[in-house]
Design a protein around this ligand. Structure first.
Ligand code: BTN
Length: 250
């Protein structure tokens, strides 16, 4: 795939300053995750690879949801070798990197909402969608920066700070932070889990959530070694590895 030129991103400097082996850019893609999965299938691209678009026409979120990406959002997928890291832990690496980047570049205090959303206050600012196939892993990240998300309980950096931010510098910081945190997760997984726990929304609170069509409730006690959510429920202690629509219990 031939790269288009970008009025927003300096692709050369992204490739040079970061630990990337390749960068694939189109002004508009259907979904950077879909393009990433296709690229992995061909297995001729050097990894890690950044798949970057300015807008997506068919962005996807978790659970088959749509992820709307208008101009001004940061939208990309990182293609990685299949690594010896649990995917829930990788989700946390991505979420924590986004939160730390927003904290450092914009002095916000974002929190992680398990498993991989990033919130500022009660509003979602970013989401992560991890997918994989036999040839590698796709870590898709969508961050609302200079766009105006229309979904209820969502926000963007510009809506919070009342000024536009430079996508290039946020992306550069975020990728550096992601690779550092990824290495840290490999050497010190327990410390990574503790750091994530310290930034977790609803920790210690009574929450409810859906698994399939069933609703469950419990107190959110913390994270287990692979990033699962430990809950105290009416029937005892349980670890949840997948849930939707997590919210505070009434
Ligand atoms: C979620 O919160 O449900 C996850 C949203 C993930 C959105 C990103 S944007 C870049 C990448 N490409 C996609 O189609 N989705 C992810």
């Amino acid at each position: 795939m031939e790269n288009e030129s970008s009025a927003i991103f300096d692709l050369k400097s992204l490739q040079q300053t970061l630990r990337l082996k390749s960068v694939i850019f189109q002004v508009e893609m259907s979904s950077t995750n879909d393009v990433g999965l296709e690229i992995l299938k061909q297995s001729s691209t050097s990894l890690p690879c950044l798949v970057l678009a300015e807008t997506q026409s068919a962005g996807r979120g978790r659970g088959g949801n749509r992820w709307s990406t208008s101009e001004g959002a940061l939208t990309f997928s990182l293609l990685l070798e299949r690594a010896n890291i649990a995917l829930p832990l990788l989700s946390l690496v991505a979420g924590l990197s986004i939160a730390r980047t927003l904290e450092t570049t914009s002095e916000l205090l974002p929190q992680l909402k398990w498993p991989n959303d990033v919130y500022v206050g009660q509003n979602k600012i970013a989401g992560v969608l991890i997918e994989s196939n036999a040839n590698g892993i796709v870590v898709g990240m969508g961050i609302n920066i200079n766009n105006r998300p229309t979904v209820e309980h969502s926000t963007s950096l510009q809506q919070i700070t009342c000024r536009p931010s430079q996508l290039q510098s946020i992306l550069t910081h975020l990728l550096g932070c992601f690779f550092d945190t990824f290495e840290f997760a490999a050497t010190s997984p327990q410390q990574l889990i503790e750091q994530c726990q310290n930034s977790m929304l609803y920790l210690g609170r009574e929450i409810c959530f859906d698994i399939g069509t069933q609703e469950f409730a419990g107190t959110f006690l913390g994270l287990d070694d692979s990033g699962g959510m430990i809950l105290e429920t009416s029937t005892g202690r349980e670890t949840i590895i997948s849930a939707k629509n997590i919210r505070l219990a009434d």
